[in-house]
Ligand binder design. Sequence first.
Ligand code: PLP
Length: 346
Amino acid sequence: MRGILKRYRDLLPLNSDTPMISLQEGQTPLIPLDSIGKDLGVRLFAKYEGANPTGSFKDRGMVLAVAKAMEAGAKGVICASTGNTSASAAAYAARSGLSCIVLLPKGKVAMGKLAQAMIYGAKAVSVRGNFDEALQLALKAAEESGYAVVNSINRFRLWGQRSVAWEICDELGHAPDRVILPVGNAGNITASWAGFVQYARLGKSAHIPAMTGVQAEGASPLVTGKPFPEPETVATAIRIGRPVSGRRASWAAKMSGGEFLSVSDGEILEAQKMLARREGVFAEPASCAGIAGLYRMAADGRLPKNNEVVAILTGNGLKDPDAVLSGLQLPVETDADPESLRKVLS
Ligand SMILES: *Cc1c(COP(=O)(O)O)cnc(C)c1O
């Protein structure tokens, strides 16, 4: 069955008034990463969330949030976003005939994501401020306009995002030992954990994986215990200084035997390149923080051998071409004859 609402209808808070909207989100590939896994001494899989309709895991929660907003008779939806939430909100609003407002922190949104918000027809506003300030503004505007807020403070977002855990268990036939993922507002780690807990309670899996969250060093409040008033990292999707779901995420990591750690921007970009060159998998920088985190853990001797590990690759690499192109050489030029080509290839 295609789409989260239909596929997991028994596990979601749906009723007969909930419109069953869908862009056929979910059922993303679970790709074995044998080469990198061998390096690390673990059985490693990537849950490739870049294969969702708007290119990130945000679609899993947005489909439910927009359906519930329609059920409640909202006039439209509004969000603050570092990019992927706005792309997803704009797409599902378009699909459902709702209007959509997205507030983007000025200058900090990857090009692909901005293009998405525009093409789906959202009213996009660039806010002179950081994400946390844009979110406060969105909450205020929602109060005045009767629009539904579809940031991750919307409980339906996080409920829909549980589905990534259900799919991982369904596909493996059991829960993995560890799940590692990038953490910004900390909604996804909280939601995935809740999904694994729900499955275990229903007897569909035997244990909860160690939930391991990775932040960028320049935006690592859950590692240091202090907010970052001016978060900075190439991984714009996790450039968050004051995580909305920080408390619950800390609980999830602790209860599951997991942890938070941080990695540098250099490690993130190195992991991104390695994923692409050794596994043929292209994910946006934030997504690669998880892989960088695994290398850091292995180097510190903290990654148990032969564990089964799933790294959630949260977003598609095509979202943020600039992050890649600034670190690479552009193609060499040649005249259009075989001799010239031979020269540049030698
Ligand atoms: C939103 C997002 C994250 C962070 O998820 P949180 O729920 O905010 O922790 C990580 N990676 C990508 C690609 C995202 O879009």
